[in-house]
Design a protein around this ligand. Structure first.
Ligand code: F6R
Length: 610
């Protein structure tokens, strides 16, 4: 999704903005621009296309001099990707320049209002309304004008603003869209995400909803919309900078796939103390847990697929009804939720607009909420009653891999923890599961070491036009994720089906050479799944069978075309192993097809609009 960077200091702003925007490229974008105060007026340069195009246009910043400025990478929502719709957007006289992430929902009525007052609009964006509105309300004080604008606009926004009349300040505000302030020495920054400014400073402030930051060279002051000062405590970012860089890999996705043993270990290890799972972050009592009559899991995309795994696992081990829904459906379907419902929200970024809205809706209805989030201090983490952080580190590639694996690990831990409290998991199984949890990183590592086998398979099948993933129970949940990974980065059409559903329609799509990836890690359903394999083979499918090592000989007898075996693990945790070859397969296929793996077309890392 869109990226924002802003700078005020003594260095030239444009190169800093361009470098910062580069670090945000992973969020996905289709145009880019900067606005800088050049000593007399605001100079704007923007263009459709990649940052490279902008850099060439302005000779890496030489053509846009000045020491205060804002930059943006846009992911089109209102108006097609174009030069004129790119940000910054400026007001009629050019006095204000604005960069914006999010959506101004009432922009049409505001635009009509401003046109009536004589404003002339040049773009199709909702953002231009903010710039024009600032100018309309401006009577010599930017902050006063901004407060008036905030009273009129509805929706989600992170805004960076500069004004020609006030070149000693840079303004920022946010609501439902992330924005941080970077604190430097004689210079300060704004950014939509930490990597954008990590090479300049490690001290940051996080803005709360509708807090207005006024940045000067000397410091940053934060106000509420009543113009009262809000004291802020600086937060130190201690990520290793290389965590946000490729570290020798060709793609972030490859690096992140390989980082999974560490990510799982980092998530699990601190939470196992003296043989017990300790979730300090969850303050639920046994009594409260017993009183919940259902669990709802809400998320989007890959995080939703973790929810599907969780439904199978939690229902089986906690003996409570578990519902799972995609957030964009959940938020508009009047779900049956009250104070006896536990809502579990899963999100890597912690900023996904639909997931955040679903969380708020659940709270409004009285539910207790727990979130599983990767980004510390994100909106979902802040607003849920309890938060369980996954310690995956920054995930840069658009396609989620290590965040997914750590979310799964969190689900296992939460299930074992709750099962123990509820008495649905006995002491023997409790111990067994803890041992299995501890062993997971090593087993994932063993699979990663066999990546060349998957690379070979990809080299044979990367020209497939359609791929089907089938499985039952937890293997069905894995099929969903395998299929999403493949289609989003390789652009191959793929579908995931509960294997038993094949006969009810999709089998008609199987023809000579169609690749079917059959997941059969759940021992108890192995034979059932093999019946489905026979059905598709009889119709000409090429089959890749994925099972556990104990079933190696059995799957060979089925005469599958390719087989891959993952190490043995308890059923509950097999998804963590089965997903690795599926991620690798998607990665290698996309690589062989020459796709833009880390930034697939039309996709954004953090979906902060509805
Ligand atoms: C796919 C992928 C997306 C995200 C989804 C939710 O690989 O990454 O489907 O899982 O957009 O994002 P978060 O987890 O940030 O809420």
């Amino acid at each position: 999704m869109c990226g924002i960077v802003g700078y005020i200091g003594d260095d030239q702003a444009t190169p800093i903005l361009l470098t910062g925007l580069e670090k945000l490229e992973y969020r996905g974008y289709d145009s880019a621009g900067v606005a800088v105060y050049n000593g007399t007026h605001l100079q704007v340069a923007k263009t459709k296309g990649r940052l490279k195009v902008l850099e060439e246009l302005i000779h890496n910043g030489v053509d846009v001099p000045g020491t205060v400025g804002i930059g943006h990478t846009r992911w089109a929502t209102h108006g097609a990707p174009s030069n004129v719709n790119a940000h910054p957007q400026v007001s009629g006289s050019g006095k204000f320049a604005v960069v914006h992430n999010g959506i101004i929902e009432n922009y049409i009525s505001l635009k009509e209002f401003l046109i009536e007052k004589g404003a002339k609009f040049v773009s199709e964006t909702d953002t231009e309304v903010v710039a024009q509105l600032l100018e309309y309300y401006y009577e010599g004080s930017v902050i006063d004008a901004l407060i008036k604008v905030l009273n009129r606009i509805e929706g989600a926004y992170a805004l960076g603003i500069i004004c020609e009349d006030d070149p000693e300040h840079l303004y920022a505000v946010r609501k439902d869209s992330p924005l941080i302030i970077g604190l430097g020495n004689g210079e300060n920054y704004i950014a939509s995400d930490v990597p954008a400014i990590l090479n300049r400073t490690r001290e940051i402030n996080r803005l709360e909803e509708n807090e207005i930051a006024v940045l000067s060279r000397q410091g940053v002051e934060v106000y509420n919309t009543n113009k009262e000062r809000i004291p802020k405590k600086a937060e130190h970012i201690d990520w290793d900078i290389s965590a946000a860089e490729k570290g020798g890999y060709e793609h972030f996705m490859a690096k992140e796939i390989m980082e999974q043993p560490k990510a799982i270990r980092d998530t699990v290890k601190p939470r196992i103390k003296e043989g017990k799972i300790v979730l300090d972050d969850v303050k639920l009592t046994k009594k409260q847990l017993e009183e919940f009559d259902r669990i709802f899991i809400v998320a989007c995309g890959t995080a939703y697929h973790v929810g599907v795994v969780a439904k199978y696992i939690m229902e089986k081990h906690l003996r409570k009804p578990v519902e799972v829904d995609v957030a964009s459906e959940f938020r508009y379907r009047t779900p049956l939720i009250d104070d006896k419902t536990l809502v579990l929200v899963i999100s890597q970024s912690g900023e996904t607009a639909d997931t955040l809205a679903a969380l708020r809706e659940s709270k409004k209805l009285g539910a207790r909420t727990i979130s599983i989030v990767n980004v510390v201090g994100s909106s979902i983490a802040n607003e849920s009653d309890d938060v369980l952080y996954t310690w995956a580190g920054p995930e840069i590639a658009v396609a989620s891999t290590k965040a997914y694996s750590t979310q799964l690990a969190m689900i296992y831990m939460l299930t074992i923890y709750m099962g123990d409290l509820l008495g649905t998991i006995d002491a023997v199984h409790y111990q067994y599961y803890i041992n299995e949890l501890k062993a997971l990183p090593e087993k994932v590592q063993q699979i990663l070491e066999q990546k060349s086998k998957i690379q070979y398979l990809a080299s044979r099948e990367f020209n497939s036009k359609n791929v089907f993933f089938i499985g039952r129970n937890l293997d069905y949940a894995m099929s969903l994720e395998g299929s999403l990974k493949l289609k989003e980065i390789s652009y191959i059409h793929s579908e995931a089906y509960a294997a038993g559903e094949l006969k009810h329609g999709p089998i008609s799509l199987i023809e000579d050479g169609t690749l079917v990836i059959a997941l059969a890690t759940q021992n108890i359903l192995f034979d059932k799944l093999m019946s489905n394999v026979k059905e598709v083979k009889a119709r000409g499918a090429v089959v890749w069978g994925l099972t556990i090592e104990a079933n190696k000989e059995r799957i060979k007898k089925e005469q599958v075309d390719y087989e891959f075996c993952v190490p043995q693990a308890c059923d509950m945790m097999l998804p963590s192993l089965a997903v690795i070859p599926l991620q690798l397969f998607a990665y290698y296929v996309a690589s062989l097809k020459g796709c833009d793996i880390d930034k697939p077309r039309n996709l954004a890392k953090s979906v902060t609009v509805e």
